[in-house]
Design a protein around this ligand. Structure first.
Ligand code: FE2
Length: 277
């Protein structure tokens, strides 16, 4: 009996880790009229940079867009210089050697401090922190996660608090920021506009843009009958978890898994958007 239970337990553990870690990275391609050759790296979460860099070298995009969640962990975990985030800078350095890289902060980036942002910039990455930048005839913007805005505002009003604070803010009177800052988006720049927007649930708030790339939903974690089961910020049976919506809103299922729940029928992906020929 003991032997039987032990074998069952080991099989379950093996099955679990097989599902959680061994599902290979897939490449998903979209073609859109007027689009640049764009790679989208969503929800890296300090994953494995090697298959991503291999794919980028093969597909040769002209632009690499990172719509948030490079890092993994929540306050008071530690910044980019620690073991927990050891793959982030190698990914950025490798990607920047292949094509210009643009990065917009996601919710997990609320753990980063000034030195971490400087380290990201030093890899040759353009940080799109609620702003537009021009790249050739393309305009790229990045809509920063409201978690980052909230964390920054808290730190400004509480200058004596430690470098990394807990997400459950200690000041009972604190009213958290729960909305993104949309004020910089309009008037829209003239030309082809690409917005990096980590949270897909922001989509109904956005003006009409040529292309919006998003992440965060991890494909709904478990996909059944073509729908994701759960996504942060959207809850159960979320509307925006992956694929293309309205011909201009593309959501990446993400590059890795971060929870104990396996990704079922939902492999991680690197998204490529190429111009229609
Ligand atoms: Fe996220």
């Amino acid at each position: 009996m003991f032997l039987f239970e032990s074998v069952c337990k080991r099989s379950l553990v093996f099955f679990y880790f097989s599902l959680k870690e061994v599902v290979p990275l897939t490449e998903t391609f979209y073609t859109l009229p007027g689009a640049p050759r764009l790679a989208v790296l969503g929800d890296f979460h300090n994953g494995d940079p090697l298959p991503i860099l291999r794919s980028l070298e093969k597909q040769k995009p002209d632009i690499i867009a990172i719509p948030g969640d490079l890092v993994y962990g929540s306050p008071p975990d530690h910044g980019l210089m620690t073991e927990q985030q050891k793959n982030v800078l190698p990914l950025l350095r490798g990607a920047a050697g292949i094509a210009p890289v643009f990065f917009s902060p996601g919710n997990h980036e609320s753990i980063l401090c000034r030195e971490d942002w400087d380290a990201i910039s030093s890899c040759g990455v353009q940080i799109l922190d609620n702003r537009w930048v021009r790249h050739g005839n393309i305009w790229l913007g990045g809509l920063t996660s409201h978690y980052v805005l909230n964390h920054r505002a808290y730190m400004l009003s509480h200058p004596s608090c430690e470098r990394y604070i807990r997400r459950r803010y200690s000041d009972e009177s604190w009213v958290p920021i729960r909305e993104p800052d949309l004020s910089w988006l309009e008037p829209l720049p003239e030309g082809y506009t690409v917005l990096l927007c980590h949270h897909p649930e922001y989509y109904p708030l956005l003006p009409r843009l040529n292309l919006i790339v998003s992440a965060h939903a991890h494909g709904g974690q478990i996909r059944l009958f073509g729908r994701g089961l759960f996504a942060p910020g959207q809850g159960w049976f979320p509307k925006y978890t992956c694929g293309i919506h309205d011909g201009r809103f593309i959501i990446s299922r993400g590059l890795t898994n971060t929870t104990w729940v396996p990704r079922l029928f939902n492999p991680p992906e690197i998204v490529y958007i190429f111009p229609e020929s």
